[in-house]
Ligand binder design. Structure first.
Ligand code: SAM
Ligand code: SF4
Length: 353
């Protein structure tokens, strides 16, 4: 019997960008957008099963499928050589990765001085926060969708106390990390009645709470437009309790539109309105998944597999060319509003949010 071996088809590598791009010192897509921000998903595994992200029976990548820390760093190095200035380490739950400190230190050694971590906060204690700060981490974003214990259990489908996530932010602050943020996905019928309370928490902690519109990236593919609570609704509800004034985006490419409290309280509110106020035109992001796929967009239908090249010992030139070519294929927009929109096969935890 002959065993069928996996075929590494040409389709796994991006088509060559126009010749002049091949010599580029930057990552530029065919719409003229320049990539400055790389999101690295170090694992697709997670200790939570958030209802809007990961179903209880979701399948995780095997160890063999995941890139080594060294391979991830090779990609980051090439991206940095091509102008990436900001790296966000994410997952899955990145704090589950046994070599997270090594990965962060490796990124810092490449001269990146903006290294952020997105985490559910469950494992981010004093010790980890200090260790990551020493490794070169700059700041953290801790996700928290509710302040109620019973609701937290329903959303995360584990015993996740909201107080733990709040303590994770405090640990990050005490370790000297910052500016730290909180992420909150708002889903209709789940937690939209808490946006004011979560904004209040931001005031108490002195951090930005970023409210994210529910995107069609859940592993169960049950997303429905009716469950999206729009940025307008979120801002309206918060504004009734704490009047807000816009302060604009952190930079031209930032995902969140920001608002300060007009009474001068610390902290701020951000909205990531990917569905109702798409910001694709200003996107400067590229993604590396834990199994070595380069994704030009969260919603890319096509992704490019750099793992075979890395495993075959690719040099810097080859990795750089791969990134240049993959970037060129970045789509103009995610098209969530289009009648023809289909969510990507990969869910959020396997992409890296
Ligand atoms: N596990 C970490 C966490 O939860 O912060 C990092 C990975 S998680 C995929 C990154 C961010 O994506 C989190 O803030 C999470 O709330 C958000 N997210 C997950 N699924 C989403 C969805 N369907 N729509 C919008 N945001 C989502
Ligand atoms: Fe895990 Fe984060 Fe997805 Fe929740 S949002 S299931 S914590 S990866």
């Amino acid at each position: 019997m002959t065993l069928a071996l996996p075929v590494i088809s040409d389709q796994m590598s991006p088509p060559s960008a126009p010749a002049q791009r091949g010599e580029s010192s930057e990552l530029v897509d065919s719409h003229g957008r320049v990539i400055r921000d790389l999101r690295v998903s170090v694992t697709d595994r997670c200790n939570f099963r958030c209802v809007y992200c990961l179903d209880p029976d979701a399948r995780f990548m095997s160890k063999q499928e995941v890139l080594t820390a060294g391979q991830m760093l090779q990609v980051v190095e090439a991206a940095v050589e091509l102008g990436v200035r900001k790296v966000r380490v994410t997952g899955g739950e990145p704090t589950l990765h046994p070599e997270l400190g090594k990965i962060v230190a490796g990124i810092a050694e490449l001269g990146v001085n903006d290294i952020a971590l997105t985490t559910n906060g469950s494992l981010l204690d004093e010790h980890m926060a200090n260790a990551l700060k020493s490794a070169g981490l700059t700041r953290v974003t801790v996700s928290l969708d509710t302040l109620r214990e019973d609701r937290s259990r329903k959303i995360t489908r584990v015993e996740a106390a909201p107080e733990r996530a709040i303590e994770a932010v405090r640990c990050a602050q005490r370790a000297g990390l910052g500016p730290n943020k909180m992420n909150c996905v708002v889903v209709r019928g789940v937690n939209e009645d808490e946006v004011g309370d979560l904004a209040e928490l931001g005031r108490e902690l002195g951090v930005e709470v970023r409210f994210i519109e529910f995107m069609p990236l859940d592993s169960g593919k049950r997303w429905d437009r009716g469950q999206v609570v729009s940025a307008d609704e979120i801002l309206g509800a918060i504004g009734q309790r704490f009047p807000l004034a816009p302060v604009g985006r952190e930079d031209a490419h930032a995902t969140a539109q920001r608002y300060r409290f007009t009474d001068g309280a610390p902290g701020s509110v951000g909205v990531i309105a990917s569905v109702t106020r798409a910001f694709c035109g200003a996107c400067s992001r590229l993604r590396l998944t834990a199994d070595g796929k380069i994704r030009p967009c969260l919603f890319s239908a096509r992704e490019w597999d750099i793992r075979p090249a890395l495993r075959a010992g690719a040099g810097r030139e080859e990795i750089r060319k791969f990134l240049i070519d993959a970037t060129w294929t970045k789509q103009a927009g995610h098209g969530i509003g289009d009648a023809t929109f289909t969510p990507p096969d990969r869910h959020m935890a396997a992409i890296g949010g």
